[in-house]
Structure formats: structure tokens, C-alpha cells
Design a protein around this ligand. Sequence first.
Ligand code: NAD
Length: 385
Amino acid sequence: METPVLNQLSPRLRGLLGTDSTPAVVTADPAIRTADRLAASVPYLVLDPGTDLAGLQAAIAVYRAAHGANPEGALVTGVAAMGFGPTRAAADAALARLTGATVVPVPAPPIGRLAGKVAMVTGAAQGFGLGIAEQLLAHGASVILADLNIEGARSHASRLTAEHGAGRADAVRIDVSDPDSCQEAVAEAVVRYGGVDVFVSNAGVLRAEGVMTQPVADFDLVTNVNYRGYFLCVRAIAPVMAAQHEAAPDSWLDIVEINSKSGLEGSKRNFAYAGSKFGGIGLTQSFALELVEDGIKVNALCPGNFLDGPLWSDPERGLFVQYLRAGKVPGATTVADVRRFYEAKVPMGRGALPTDVAKALLYVVEQTYETGQAVPITGGQNMLS
Ligand SMILES: NC(=O)c1ccc[n+]([C@@H]2O[C@H](COP(=O)([O-])OP(=O)(O)OC[C@H]3O[C@@H](n4cnc5c(N)ncnc54)[C@H](O)[C@@H]3O)[C@@H](O)[C@H]2O)c1
């Protein structure tokens, strides 16, 4: 796959062919690289792989003058055929017309506060990531579920496609601790959608242990996934976002890190996790300062404990059963006792939910005058000073 070419061309085309409020979707088929594979009756742009922004603008202007409308497809010579549309389903249909494949009916575009946005969520096969992906879909976005657990991500993407319609949900494999895997996952997102408007860096792991006993390998795992993984994801996605912004300079794009209340306050016997999350806020602030020049806002969300999620509630490996067995909560004899202990720490008396996180996510995405922030979502458990 010619990733560097599409990583620059596709997001620029998204910006140039979109409306003021919504970028276009650009879907590509890298298996079709020559004109003899395209339908003779369908007009399309012909682009050289090295076409820069000015070249794209000129080619689109020539096409409009000749055809009286925007192009619906392109051949990037030697690289890929492309379809353009306001949604992934419309772009897929345009690509099918161009390549002579079967054209399936295009559903009505979604409505909602995030309609027209493409989001990518890491760690989306379960827990907060899955809940956030579901909320993004409910608000009209299309979502790429990215996870190490590709089977889980795929099965949820199929379910969510059945619920929300063709082209709304997709799955890609990513290991956020591996630079090549991050580049490949982003390239895959670019092939399918042309780019990403909202990147949610959510994948995270927790290994709680005292400083005198924690195995170094556990510390390294937490640091590699939560801290280094956030950097590797931003390193892969930021150039694609910057290319889109260059073509549509009035639009903002978003990177959102799912941090934690443990990024705002130390966590006893959980220093590897808290350290990785404190570090995540340092990265968020620093990325925000740098990437504002490319139209990219970078913010962190800091939820409290997701007590209903698998990390806490899994009946075999969840923290409730682990803490019960370890006698961590004095006097607790059941899982329900442990749960009540943690609920009682929260002024609002309950754990955080994906719907709570989604409200903060909508806030940072809709903002056009805020970046580099860490937003607590803790029911009052952590207050900013
Ligand atoms: N659960 C909570 O109480 C809580 C509270 C605050 C913040 N958070 C944060 O929310 C995020 C999600 O936590 P969760 O509790 O939903 O976790 P979870 O364990 O339920 O899910 C994590 C997901 O990340 C995936 N993953 C793990 N390592 C990966 C890697 N290297 N590359 C790609 N994917 C990987 C897993 O396969 C899994 O699908 C984390 O960043 C966590 O720190 C969680």
C-alpha cells in the first residue's frame, strides 16, 4: 500500500471537496491503479501521486469547468482509484460506479452534533473505548474502532453497522505501543475514509502494585501503552490531520486523550498508571502548543472510575473481585461491599459512564477557543485548583 501518497492526498481532497462544516469522505481501492480498470462512461480526476495542494486545487477547478460539478472519483496513477462523497456509503457508491462494481443503495446521511465527522478510537473493543465509540455514533459520527483485539473490534463494528447503517463503523488492528502498527492503522483509516477528524487515544492498561514490589516489566507495559502509545498515535495521525487542515484552513481537528483522575492526583500503590497519566497531560499540553499551528486541538479527558466497565466489574478478573480477595477494603465481604466503598468516595455517589465522558468530548470538539486542557469527569471526586 502506497501509504505516504494517500496520507497526504486523501485528507487534502477531503478538505477541498467538503462543505464549510463537513469534510468529504474519500475512499480508496489500492488494488485498482490503472485507467483500463475503470468504467469508460464515468468521468473522474486523474492525479499524479506527487500532486501538491495547489495542483489539486487546479485539477478540481478544471474538472468543475468541464463538468459543472465536483468530481466523484479519481485515479491516482499507479496508486489507487478513489470515490468521493458526503458519507462513506456515498463515497463507496461513487467508487463502485467508477470501477464498474455493484452499486448498493446509499442510506440517508446521519444527523447529530457530530454528523459528517470521522472518528477513530483506540482500545475500542471494550470498556470506555467501546462506550465512547457508541456515543460518537449516536451523535452522528462515523467511527473506526481500533484495538489490539481485532476480533472484538470487528464484531462490535459489525453490530454497530447493523444498528447505524453501512459505512458508519469499521475496525482496524492497532498496537499503540508499536510505531509501525500505529502507522499501518492510520494508513488503513485513510484508505477507507480519507482521514480522521476526531482521534481518541483511549487504549490503556493498569498494573497496580507497590513501589517496592512492582515487576519492572509491568511498569514498562503501563508506560509503553499509556504514555509512549499516546505519543506514537499522535505521531502517526497528526500529519494526516495537518494535510486536511492545510486544504480547509477554517476547520479544526481534534485529538482527545482519555486520561484519568489518576492524571490529576497521585494513586496509592498505582504509581505506574498515575505516572503514565500525569505524563499524558504533559504530552497533551505540549502537543496542543505545537499542533495549534496545524489546526489541531489537543485535550485530555479525566474520568473517574468506570465501575460498571469490565476493568472493575469483570466477574473473574475485575478490580472488585481482586480487591475483595486481597482484603484491600477493610470489612468488605462481598463484591457489593467493595463497590459501595468506591461509590462512597464520589460526592455524586456513582461511577463514571461513557455517556458522561461523551458530554465532555462533545464540549472539547465543539470548542473553537480551547486547547491543551484536562477536563475532569469525576462526579466531584477531583476538583481543579
Ligand atoms: N475503567 C476505569 O475506571 C477508567 C477510569 C479512568 C480512565 N480510564 C482510562 O480509560 C481508558 C480505557 O480503559 P478501560 O477501563 O475501558 O480499559 P479496558 O481494559 O476495559 O479496555 C482497554 C482496551 O484497550 C485495548 N488495548 C490494550 N492494550 C492495547 C494496545 N497496546 N494497543 C491497542 N489496544 C490495546 C484492549 O484490548 C481493550 O479493548 C484507559 O486509558 C484508562 O486509563 C479508565
